[in-house]
Design a protein around this ligand. Sequence first.
Ligand SMILES: NC(=O)c1ccc[n+]([C@@H]2O[C@H](COP(=O)([O-])OP(=O)(O)OC[C@H]3O[C@@H](n4cnc5c(N)ncnc54)[C@H](O)[C@@H]3O)[C@@H](O)[C@H]2O)c1
Length: 226
Amino acid sequence: MKKIVILTGAGMSAESGLKTFRDANGLWEGHDVMEVASPQGWSSNKELVLDFYNQRRKQLLIAQPNKAHHSIAALEKNYMVTIITQNVDDLHERAGSTDIIHLHGELRKVRSINREELIYEWDKDLNLGDLADDGSQLRPHIVWFGEAVPMLDEAIQITKKADLLVIIGTSMQVYPAASLIHYIKPATPIFFIDPNPNILTSNYDNLTIISEKASTGVQKLISMLN
Ligand SMILES: NC(=O)c1ccc[n+]([C@@H]2O[C@H](COP(=O)([O-])OP(=O)(O)OC[C@H]3O[C@@H](n4cnc5c(N)ncnc54)[C@H](O)[C@@H]3O)[C@@H](O)[C@H]2O)c1
């Protein structure tokens, strides 16, 4: 079986009703990302940050995977598929995909501020005073801007093994996620699905751009693969 590596970003979940942030002038649901997604934001206003992720978590619990999430899950019948997602939602999992690396963490998990390995599943609101087993405050299990990306090495190793790289719904502006494209083997075909694709076509020989939303773009990809 061929190995497909799929790199997804916020655009993948747009048709499930979860907003991207580049489409909203760099705001994430009305917030400057540095306010709600950085260690500086956390130290200056923990309540605001907790409230922001509490809202996102509530919104996620009522969102559903869209057609593109389901079509990608179905690819596992014919291919070895690994998804490397920048998304903090769990819509790939809920659509049935089985091999998913979350580069930027997961909204439905929280962790100790002092011991990164103390991670808990969490579907309710997270408040000041909610403590981990080491007695420390819990924080969202999200990789904030400026923090290390612990899953990066694994994502690089997987990308190196791809027979095909598919990129869906990402502005390719958040690093190091955007740099994964540089780790494919020479001549590996790349498919880029995004209604507003931000990629320099002249840099890649084997690039096919599908300028569409994830739902129709993934259908087009599948018909090209058959
Ligand atoms: N659902 C989520 O988990 C979520 C939502 C917003 C932001 N984020 C976080 O913010 C960061 C944002 O970077 P990013 O590059 O992923 O997103 P981004 O907001 O920077 O870019 C979104 C991209 O999606 C494209 N897009 C919009 N609608 C689309 C659709 N229907 N189908 C396909 N593509 C569509 C846009 O053209 C754009 O290129 C990520 O690190 C992520 O962790 C996550």
